[in-house]
Write a protein that binds this ligand. Structure first.
Ligand SMILES: [Zn+2]
Ligand SMILES: [Zn+2]
Length: 330
């Protein structure tokens, strides 16, 4: 299994997971970057969007789904998510309006205009042509002429290739077994994921206001754990955010603090074997990579955990790092 962070934080989240012979199964977890940026970061690690088997979506906030309108339009990639999240994404595709993580509504139509204004095309003529019959069908149904107001029309037929994944159900996607579980965030059906392939396991949890027993059970199993470490509580409370936003971030359906992340790792500590930990979704305003790392290490030392058994990285907002499961057996 190879895992690449393509971006992490409130400006956009996406991970590439590859498994099987020659990494033949390729999935994205979230597609929350601008489509052009996402395609460029995939290209930098040797992957074309057309090689992806699907996009697993954690929840419908724009920092997790921003590229989906373009990826669906030009590459017809299947979206894999909870049925309620799929419905929210379909509504976003129709209305062009998405909810950001801070609760504001953002329009993907404005971003489309920005993209088309750039001289160099993002997609080849071939893929644009391939997508045009579907576009024509949408125009005929009045969907593409819709204004940026939220749509009130009912969806008559699915706009995207979709696979429903219910929490607690295991499903194979090529060489990767995926199971999803509920997390706690102000979205319609937020999910964490556990991915297994070739004897190793990746657990991903971002955007959760609290850590539940179910989450701990999944964290416990991970060789690579990608865990939100959003903010330093003190910095958030004293920082510049309006109180309503601070209250939301601190709530049980907000985001995990450095301290909450550390407690989750301490509560699931095991001495046998090496584990990797990527601290994810760091706030630019209320955290720093150094603060997140130091906080985690301090908690682990306090719990008398042997730090030689864990490799911790704080994820940058840009792409990197890369994890390869062959490290497990070295
Ligand atoms: Zn987010
Ligand atoms: Zn969110």
């Amino acid at each position: 299994m190879r895992v690449v962070s393509l971006g992490s934080g409130s400006s956009g989240n996406a991970f590439l997971v590859e498994a099987g012979p020659q990494g033949r199964t390729k999935l994205l977890i979230d597609a929350g970057l601008r489509a052009r940026t996402l395609v460029a970061r995939l290209a930098a690690v040797g992957v074309l969007p057309s090689q992806l088997q699907g996009i697993l979506v954690t929840h419908e906030h724009s920092d997790h789904v921003q590229a989906i309108p373009q990826l669906v339009k030009h590459y017809a990639l299947p979206i894999i998510a909870d049925p309620q999240t799929l419905k929210a994404i379909e509504q976003g595709l129709i209305s062009g309006v998405w909810r950001s993580d801070s609760g504001k509504l953002v329009s993907s139509r404005t971003k489309d205009k920005e993209t088309t204004a750039v001289a160099q095309p993002l997609f080849t003529a071939e893929t644009l042509l391939a997508s045009s019959p579907a576009d024509l069908a949408l125009v005929a149904r009045g969907v593409l002429n819709a204004t940026s107001e939220p749509a009130t029309t009912t969806i008559q037929q699915p706009l995207l290739a979709r696979t429903s994944l219910l929490a607690g159900v295991k499903q194979m996607f090529g060489d990767i077994e995926v199971s999803s579980f509920a997390i706690s965030h102000d979205a319609v059906a937020p999910r964490g994921y556990l991915l297994q392939a070739g004897g190793c396991r990746l657990c991903l949890i971002t955007d959760s206001g609290e850590v539940t027993q179910t989450m701990l059970e999944h964290i416990q199993q991970a060789d690579l754990l990608i865990l939100e470490s959003n903010h330093d509580r003190e910095r958030l409370v004293r920082g510049p955010y309006p109180w309503s936003l601070k209250r939301r971030i601190l709530s049980p359906t907000g985001h995990l603090s450095n301290e909450q992340a550390a407690q989750a790792v301490v509560n699931t500590w095991r001495e046998n074997g090496m584990r990797w930990l990527w601290l994810a979704h760091l706030s630019r305003t209320n955290n720093t990579p150094t603060l997140a790392l130091e906080s985690m290490k301090e908690y682990l030392r306090g719990a008398h955990a042997n730090l030689a058994h864990i490799r911790i990285s704080a994820l940058p907002h840009t792409s990197g790092p890369v994890w390869d499961s062959t490290q497990l057996w070295q």
